[in-house]
Design a protein around this ligand. Structure first.
Ligand code: SAM
Length: 289
């Protein structure tokens, strides 16, 4: 099935437009075009789909408020899978030091380039989030889009939550953004394979995506062709369909408990149907101060 919808369609109401943008990003694969533990990824077109701008400012604002409310000491923040710094850059303006770990030298070099143009207290570090440890304690440890779901082995996901817990200052906060497996299922309408086309602003610009969902293996593969002004680029991604309850179990294993779950970056409570899930964890049992 080919479905067309413009993520920026003028006819949509603002709320509908936000929802449609979120769905378009889900079709594009929240994970973008990178694979866990490997470098050498495109830095081009998925930064068109997830641009720096009002949305990354909104995420940074939301995270900064969490840090301000947590009344904890320690280094400001650690981002796992920082990419080109879409959120680390605006966040550092608000809270100070952000250490950004990423396994892709290419993406880190784009981040370094931005820092050389506009210096900010962001420290890019090449590393693997499954093993990264620097001995510091952070007020906030976070992982965005579905970088976490790019870990296909649940043991790796558990390991990352252990690393998060170890890196957390007392009273600190862990924030994970993941895709919602139920929304992926809804996108597929019961079919194992789907094709989507999403036009983007600009001449001859859009994303053609071939999506394969395997509920048994709990994987979701997306192969994309990005068309722009007569050129085409290909990329693919695979992620693990990770239920929020599974995240909570991994977090519990690491001594963290759920303090809030949201369906967007405006603090709207998660209802189960949103394309993305924002989970907030703190050390200790639920309800602990
Ligand atoms: C979907 S992008 C997210 C980038 C950024 N956080 C954002 O919100 O725009 C995922 C990033 O995670 C990185 N990554 C994937 N697996 C990783 C791993 N095991 N350790 C560290 N970084 C990883 C990729 O190189 C990529 O830059």
């Amino acid at each position: 099935m080919i479905s067309g919808s413009c993520a920026y369609g003028r006819s949509l109401r603002p709320a509908g437009r936000a929802h449609e943008r979120a769905r378009a990003r889900l079709r594009a694969g929240m994970s973008g075009m990178a694979r866990s533990g490997h470098g050498g990824h495109s830095t081009g077109f998925h930064d068109r789909i997830f641009p720096t701008g009002p949305e990354s400012e909104q995420i940074a604002e939301w995270l900064a408020r969490l840090v301000a409310a947590s009344e904890t000491d320690g280094h400001a923040a650690l981002e796992l899978g920082v990419g080109v710094g879409r959120v680390a850059l605006p966040l550092s303006r608000r809270i100070g030091d952000v250490v950004g770990v990423d396994s892709s030298p290419e993406r880190l070099s784009v981040l370094r380039e931005s820092l050389s143009v506009t210096p900010r207290p962001v420290v890019p570090v090449e590393g693997d989030m499954r093993t990264y440890a620097d001995g510091r304690q952070y007020r906030l440890v976070y992982c965005l889009r579905d970088t976490f779901c790019m870990l296909l082995d649940p043991a790796d996901q558990r390991q990352v939550l252990l690393r998060c817990a170890e890196a957390l200052a007392p009273g600190g906060t862990v924030v994970l953004e993941t895709h919602n497996p139920a929304a992926v299922a809804a996108l597929h309408q019961g079919r194992p394979r789907e094709i989507f086309f999403t036009p983007y602003p600009g001449e001859d610009t859009g994303l053609l995506s071939y999506s394969t969902r395997d509920p048994e293996k709990r994987t979701w593969r997306l192969s994309h062709i990005w068309f722009e002004e007569g050129n085409a680029r290909i990329s693919s991604t695979v992620s693990r369909l990770t239920e929020p309850e599974e995240l909570d179990a991994h977090a519990g294993h690491a001594g963290l408990s759920l303090h809030g779950r949201y369906g967007d970056w405006h603090g709207t409570p998660y209802t189960g149907s949103e394309p993305m899930v924002v989970s907030v964890y703190r050390a200790g049992k639920t309800g602990d101060a």
